[in-house]
Design a protein around this ligand. Sequence first.
Ligand code: PPS
Length: 573
Amino acid sequence: TKLMQNNLAPIPELYVSYDSAQKMKMEAADLTSHDLSPRQICDLELLMNGGFNPLKGFLGEEDYNGVVENMRLADGSLWPMPITLDVTEDFAGSIELGQDIALRDQEGVILATMTVTDRWEPNKANEADKVFGADDDAHPAVNYLHNQAGKIYLGGPVTGIQQPMHYDFRGRRDTPNELRAYFRKMGWRKVVAFQTRNPLHRAHQELTFRAAKEAQANLLIHPVVGLTKPGDVDHFTRVRCYEAVLDKYPQSTTTMSLLNLAMRMAGPREAVWHGLIRANHGCTHFIVGRDHAGPGNNSKGEDFYGPYDAQDLYRANQSEIGCEMVDFKHMVWVAERAQYEAIDEIKDKDDVTILNISGTELRRRLAEGLEIPEWFSFPEVVKELRRTKPPRSKQGFTVFFTGFSGSGKSTIANALMVKLMEMGGRPVTLLDGDIVRKNLSSELGFSKEHRDLNIRRIGYVASEITKNGGIAICAPIAPYATTRRAVREDVEAFGAFVEIHVATSIEECEKRDRKGLYKLAREGKIKEFTGISDPYDVPTNPELSVETENVDVDNCAHQVLLKLESMGLIAAE
Ligand code: PPS
């Protein structure tokens, strides 16, 4: 391969001068405003600072069609990812073509204006197929497309007023031109970039170090801190980990900069996109690994892309990307030689012990507080990860009882609370149906809409308690499966969600009729009464289902404790 060297001349940005920006801010008060989503803010930042060069704004229809169909803008240049401004039909209908709109962040600060030249309804199924490989909601970007993105796209040139504000790690964030200036200043003529959304362990350190040696280049660790794959380690933790690993590289050969990119997990197309972005940041080489930017499994449990599809597509477009690929060698630990080696280069595979810890295995070990060997990661990194992800027995969690009125939810929930408090260690909050309706939801009735609001509020509070390391015990009727699923998702972002169906039959509840409400419901004096005149979706996959007929409360609560123990949520000290 020819040895690429970088051309470090500044690349075009879309920002106006400071004085013009002040003036535009005043004038923009009169413009129709679009409030950007978190993903759109990431896209806008890279549009404005030249990270998405040659784009001059959100794609218009002709460019969009070219990008979707054959990875090319209307003028023929290579661009694999639709960078689109999706809006609601109402908003799209409220503006005219040719009009300037203000693009604002979530606090209402104006970041840019856009002259709307294009407005169209995209064929989202086609975009999903062509760009992401399948119209399958299991793909995070396809899910975004269908379930979060607005129906209409607006396109047009953007005029940048100011960068989105970041309060974290400010010294570690660089625009393409800031990185170019840094490379110029340091005399770095060849730079290999490493893209990552994960903490760096020893295999990554070894691989990046080797890539730099092979390309005879300096190294840029270029982690994504915008949006990555749902469930990833948060970027605050990751950056602390990266900072610890930076010390492990030979001094002044390596630097680290944070990239506020919203990833799409689009595998091959994403690799090409990442390469173009790194070329814009002044890099000459780019590391592409196995399953680069892979989205995980599709709804049939299969891979979306082949493990080396990204490398193939990159190679085919390399000359236009302007950033040479260094392909990832899958690195494994060879115990006998106490070193990392590329799996395809080990000649004596049958005679040596090859060790590797997968991401899933690492998460399991963290969750259970098990050993993570020194050959796998650096003690500083493991310490940070353990700080953020303590073992399950020290994390917060939510126990969510559901069942008919009078099924025994509150009684069991109370018994459980007392047992957990006896054990100690974590604060416990009981969000009982009646308590919540007195405090959080006093204005709500029992329509579907109000019940949903009530349950979502309980879910919000429970997820905050879970995040902060406490135990939330919820005991509403929660009759609708979709709402329970939504609450589960809210909570599982931070800890375990344990759904418990208190499976007392409606006949038994009515027979007990503790509060006399069933009688009133039968007489029609209470409308929309769950189980009598309003539906209850029986949980299909609860963590536990308890029978209460002929079983005492203490025993029911004990069954829950055993469940919590089997899930690793409570443990002996
Ligand atoms: S929901 O559906 O989850 O929002 O209900 P929840 O907040 O748990 O409130 C249920 C308690 O309110 C009393 N109540 C009713 N329940 C069901 N349907 C109707 N129409 C209704 N009207 C009042 C009832 O006493 C429930 O108390 P529990 O503790 O479940 O017995």
